[in-house]
Design a protein around this ligand. Structure first.
Ligand code: UP5
Ligand code: MG
Length: 192
């Protein structure tokens, strides 16, 4: 299955590094379709009658990666439904096998936007967000597990694309406007 005139940009980085925040602004400026794999999974988890509800909730709370068949099916469905051709795929792929499978069965990625961020910064942000987010994984136990999954399993995906010269790296540490201005500059260069 292929959609013509399609561009997929993977948006990666540790938990709380700013993927969602910056994707929202890229949507406004460039007209991308924003597909957050985590949001799609949480939506599926809440959907009455979903056969994956319990499984997704448990995986997310444990900071583990949901079996890729589930996530790729949700991404494909969302892409098919969209009337746009430019996609920000946020928080996916989180493991090498997912990257290879997606590129083999959906489309090759154009680039990966990577938010580089120290754990101390991410921890602070996630604990703060946890005061109001209602996310089952914004607590210290889950956050530690998410960090470890990111380092051990997800970071190799970024290294893989780095070897292919496909990574646009941004530091997450400045204030939101400065981070986004770096993101926007990189995106403008990529597109033009
Ligand atoms: N914030 C953002 N930028 C800031 C800045 N420059 N300065 C100060 N504060 C800043 O930001 C996080 C918080 O920081 C917010 O409060 C924001 O205001 C503030 P956000 O933009 O939400 O960061 P993001 O990187 O999107 O963080 P998120 O928590 O969403 O990242 P995760 O990667 O952990 O979450 P995701 O939803 O992608 O995945 C959750 C779980 O789903 C995974 O752990 C896994 O169990 C499962 N999953 C899969 O199994 N497979 C998938 O493919 C995807 C997810
Ligand atoms: Mg997010």
């Amino acid at each position: 299955w292929q959609k013509r005139d399609m561009m997929v940009i993977f948006v990666l980085g540790g938990p709380g590094s700013g993927k969602g925040t910056n994707c929202a602004r890229l949507v406004e400026d460039f007209g991308f379709e924003h597909l957050s794999a985590g949001d799609l999974l949480r939506e599926e988890q809440r959907r009455p009658g979903s056969q994956y509800g319990e499984l997704i909730k448990n995986y997310i709370r444990e900071g583990k990666i949901v079996p890729m068949e589930v996530t790729i099916a949700l991404l494909k469905k969302a892409m098919r439904r969209s009337n746009k051709g430019w996609f920000l795929v946020d928080g996916f792929p989180r493991a090498m096998d997912q990257a290879l499978k997606f590129e083999e069965t959906v489309v090759e990625s154009t680039a990966t936007l990577y938010f580089e961020c120290p754990e101390s910064t991410m921890l602070q942000r996630l604990l703060k967000r946890g005061e109001t987010s209602g996310r089952v994984d914004d607590n210290i136990e889950s956050i530690r597990k998410r960090f470890s999954t990111f380092t051990n399993t997800s970071f190799p995906v970024i290294e893989y694309y780095q070897q292919q010269d496909k990574v646009l790296k941004v530091s997450c540490e400045d204030d939101p406007d400065k981070v986004y201005s770096d993101v926007k500059n990189l995106m403008e260069k990529l597109i033009n």
